[in-house]
Design a protein around this ligand. Structure first.
Ligand SMILES: Nc1ncnc2c1ncn2[C@@H]1O[C@H](COP(=O)(O)OP(=O)(O)OP(=O)(O)O)[C@@H](O)[C@H]1O
Ligand SMILES: [Mg+2]
Length: 313
C-alpha cells in the first residue's frame, strides 16, 4: 500500500517507528464509530536478520471488542452492587446510631426501627435476587417443567392481584387499578416451570402497578400464532423512554434511579424475568404503544389438539 504502518493504524500521534523498534508492547486501538463499537489489540514484532539488522515490523491485530465489553460490564456490575448496598447500609447505620443514643419520642423510635428493618429486608431481597441470577448464569438452575393450561395459570395469577385490592387496609396497595383480560377462547397448554413463570408475571404486574398512576387499567392479552403463545401486559403509566427500551432488562437498570429506589426497586426484576423466559426458549420484549408500556412474552407452543393421532379416535 506504500503507506507507513503508523498511518494505516492511525497511531502517528501515539508513537513513532523508533519507539516501536525499541519497545513492542501491545496497544489497544479504538476504531469505534457511532454505529459500531470496535476495539483491536495490536501486537508488534520485528523482522530481523541474524546480524541484528531490522528490515520490517509485523503487526498482528485481534478483535477484542467483545472481551472489552465483558470486562466493562463486570466492572460496572461490581460497582453497582457495592453502590446499591452502601446506600441502605449507611442509612441503617445512621438510624441505629440515633436509636442507640436514645430517643424520647416513642413514635419516632418506632419509625426508626421500621426504616432500619425495611432497608435490611430490601438488602436481603437484593442478595437473594443476585444469588438467583448467579445460579442461572452458571447453569445450576433446573426447570421443573410440567404441561400447564396457560389460560388457567395466567388467570390464577391475575386473580391474586384482584384479591389484593379487596384485602384489608394493611395489605392493600396504595394504588387502585383494574385488570382487563383478553384471552384466547381455546385453552393453550404449554410446558412451564410454574413457580418461575409466576415470578415473571408477578414482576411485570408489579411494575405495571408501580409505574402507573392511580386508577389505571392493566390489559392482559393472550394470543396464539405460528407455534407460539404470546402474552402481553399493557399499562397506562408513564411509559419507558425509547432510548431505554431494551435496557430495562439489564441488571440494575432503572429509568429513574431515584424514583425507583424510593419505590423499593433494585432493577433486578426484569433481568431475572428475562433469564427465566430464555430458559424456557421464549422471548421477552417491551414497547411503547401510545401511552404506557407493554411487555410481551412469547413461548414455544405445540398445538396437540389438531394432531393426526387424535383423528383416529
Ligand atoms: N411498566 C413500566 N412502566 C414504566 N417503566 C417501567 C415499567 N416496567 C419497568 N420499568 C422501568 O424499568 C426498570 C427496571 O424494572 P425492574 O423490574 O427490572 O426493576 P425495579 O422494578 O426497579 O426493581 P425490582 O428489582 O424490585 O423489580 C424500572 O426501574 C423502571 O424504570
Ligand atoms: Mg420490578
Amino acid at each position: 500500500m506504500n503507506k507507513s504502518i503508523l498511518d494505516i493504524l492511525d497511531i502517528r500521534k501515539k508513537t513513532t517507528i523508533r519507539d516501536l523498534i525499541e519497545d513492542q508492547s501491545d496497544m489497544l486501538l479504538d476504531f469505534s464509530t457511532p454505529e459500531r463499537e470496535q476495539i483491536w489489540n495490536a501486537s508488534f514484532s520485528l523482522i530481523q536478520k541474524e546480524t541484528g539488522f531490522i528490515y520490517g515490523i509485523v503487526c498482528v491485530l485481534h478483535d477484542v471488542t467483545e472481551q472489552q465489553r465483558i470486562d466493562r460490564e463486570r466492572r460496572e456490575f461490581v460497582s453497582n452492587v457495592s453502590h446499591e448496598l452502601r446506600t441502605p447500609l449507611t442509612s441503617v447505620r445512621s438510624y441505629i446510631e440515633a436509636l442507640s443514643e436514645g430517643i424520647d419520642d416513642a413514635q419516632t423510635e418506632a419509625h426508626f426501627f421500621n426504616v432500619a428493618q425495611k432497608e435490611t429486608d430490601r438488602m436481603i431481597r437484593m442478595i437473594n435476587d443476585l444469588l438467583n441470577l448467579s445460579r442461572m448464569d452458571s447453569g445450576r438452575v433446573k426447570l421443573n417443567l410440567e404441561l400447564v393450561n396457560l389460560n388457567e395459570l395466567f388467570n390464577y395469577i391475575l386473580n391474586r392481584f384482584d384479591m389484593i385490592l379487596d384485602g384489608n387496609d394493611e395489605q392493600k396497595p396504595q394504588k387502585n387499578y383494574t385488570i382487563k383480560r383478553e384471552f384466547t377462547a381455546k385453552d393453550l397448554w404449554v410446558e412451564l416451570d410454574t413457580d418461575r413463570f409466576i415470578q415473571v408475571i408477578d414482576n411485570i404486574m408489579n411494575n405495571a402497578i408501580k409505574y402507573s398512576p392511580d386508577g389505571g387499567v392493566i390489559t392482559c392479552r393472550m394470543l396464539e400464532s405460528n407455534n407460539q403463545v404470546i402474552l402481553s401486559i399493557s399499562d397506562q403509566g408513564l411509559g419507558i423512554p425509547r432510548k431505554d427500551l431494551n435496557h430495562v432488562f439489564d441488571r440494575f437498570f432503572r429509568v429513574d434511579k431515584a424514583r425507583s429506589r424510593a419505590q423499593g426497586g433494585t432493577g433486578l426484576g426484569l433481568a431475572i424475568s428475562k433469564e427465566v423466559i430464555e430458559m424456557h426458549q421464549g422471548k421477552i420484549a417491551d414497547s411503547i404503544e401510545g401511552k404506557g408500556s407493554t411487555f410481551y412474552i412469547s413461548l414455544p407452543y405445540q398445538d396437540y389438539s389438531q394432531g393426526d393421532e387424535w383423528d383416529e379416535f
